[in-house]
Write a protein that binds this ligand. Sequence first.
Ligand SMILES: Cc1cc2nc3c(=O)[nH]c(=O)nc-3n(C[C@H](O)[C@H](O)[C@H](O)COP(=O)(O)OP(=O)(O)OC[C@H]3O[C@@H](n4cnc5c(N)ncnc54)[C@H](O)[C@@H]3O)c2cc1C
Length: 450
Amino acid sequence: MVTPQTQQTSPSPLDIIVIGAGLSGLSTAISCALAGHNVVILEAAKELAEIGAGLQITPNASKIFQQFGVYDELEATAAEPSFLQVRRFCDGKILSRTDDFNGDMRRKYGAPFWDLHRVDVQRALADRARQLGAELRLGARIADVDFDGPLVKLENGEKITADLVVGADGLWSKCRERFLAMKGQSDSPLPTGDLAYRIVLKLDEVDDPVLREWISKPSCQFWIGPGAHVVAYSLRDGYMFNIVLLVPDNLPANVARQPGSLDEMRQLFSSWDPVLNRFLDQVKTAVDKWKLMHRPELDSWVSEKSNFVFVGDACHPMLPYLAQGANSSIEDGAVLGNVLAALDAKSQLPQALSLYEQLRKKRSEAIVRETFAQRKDFHMVNGMEQQARDELMLSQLGTQITTRFPSRWQCPEVQPWLYGYDAQKETEAALREAPLGRARQARSVDECRR
Ligand SMILES: Cc1cc2nc3c(=O)[nH]c(=O)nc-3n(C[C@H](O)[C@H](O)[C@H](O)COP(=O)(O)OP(=O)(O)OC[C@H]3O[C@@H](n4cnc5c(N)ncnc54)[C@H](O)[C@@H]3O)c2cc1C
């Protein structure tokens, strides 16, 4: 079980504008509010969208939910997979299986692996941010950022200043566009070559007893095949089932999302495991196709005047093949707030943001690279390389995996650095080595809640 954390607060409160109320922006808002700063979140959407599908929250982020004070609420709605399994696409042959996966995660990393509905996470974080005093302004679309001020210009002409602006506006980030333009540069989201179909089924709409068993007993299932893979897991304590089909991108270049044809989707998987096809039989309406995009690495995440910083997909979008986009965005928010809790004076902001970048940039970019490596290992075409992969996986079946493993979800080399990351401990250790200022006051999370 995760132990209760103490929360430091800065004696020098900053006015912070967070642009975007996605998971990175909301995490930043909570963490900065807990650190004693004044936070305004500017979100373009008129309401926090009730759309979304499943979200795998790994121990590196579920641990942070304890610090944020949303752990108990989310635990009530989570599905915790009792095993994780990787199957061959065509016949469903099990290539790898980790039993007691949930127990293994809690034992190794001191926090759970949860499968959650994205809406539940977003709602819990937004409520918590407001409860801590953050102001959430909806329908507030940013048109420009002036990095001298910093000054944020809204589309309605309104101008707002702050001590610090946080760019949390996602893959299509306006902040990133303006940040690069200031340096005479530009970039745009790049296709990864893959797209995703995202499906959510409800237990009470499924009659097939075999499928009902799959849904109501949470597990995490993969099927891997040539150029494609599928991940499926339960949500909402086994009352919902999330299926993501990851296939080659055939959307037009300028289209990021489009309703897909049911026939096309079924055709793509017609030769796959009959159980998967029984799940796809349950899908009655067209499912959206989402182009999976990424972006080049940025030279820096912090503005020259140290009054602007990036978090989340705006600075490190990735393939969802390790389910780390949101998890690493939550880490960003937590680390930024933890560092800013140590601020004794505004003059320390450059040092604080530099420490944040040092703690976050290398790790996030390593995760991005690992997501592409996971694609390579999951999407191998049939042939000698694929046979060697399958033999390696089968050689570890029923035993403790002891070798570098094609599924990073279970790999003894990758899993520890991915899931074992502790945002609070990392920041504390870095601050011990390079303190920003003198001793600070500490208060418990319970005090912050009051
Ligand atoms: C198929 C798929 C499955 C995934 N599964 C997982 C998973 O299981 N686990 C996981 O960790 N990650 C997963 N991810 C990745 C994850 O969803 C993202 O990495 C994460 O949500 C990024 O959060 P963000 O807050 O940085 O960006 P976003 O969620 O994109 O939020 C950005 C916000 O900024 C707002 N905004 C944009 N422009 C402006 C503007 N000009 N002014 C004001 N506001 C603005 C937007 O409206 C939005 O609310 C998945 C992604 C995909 C595509």
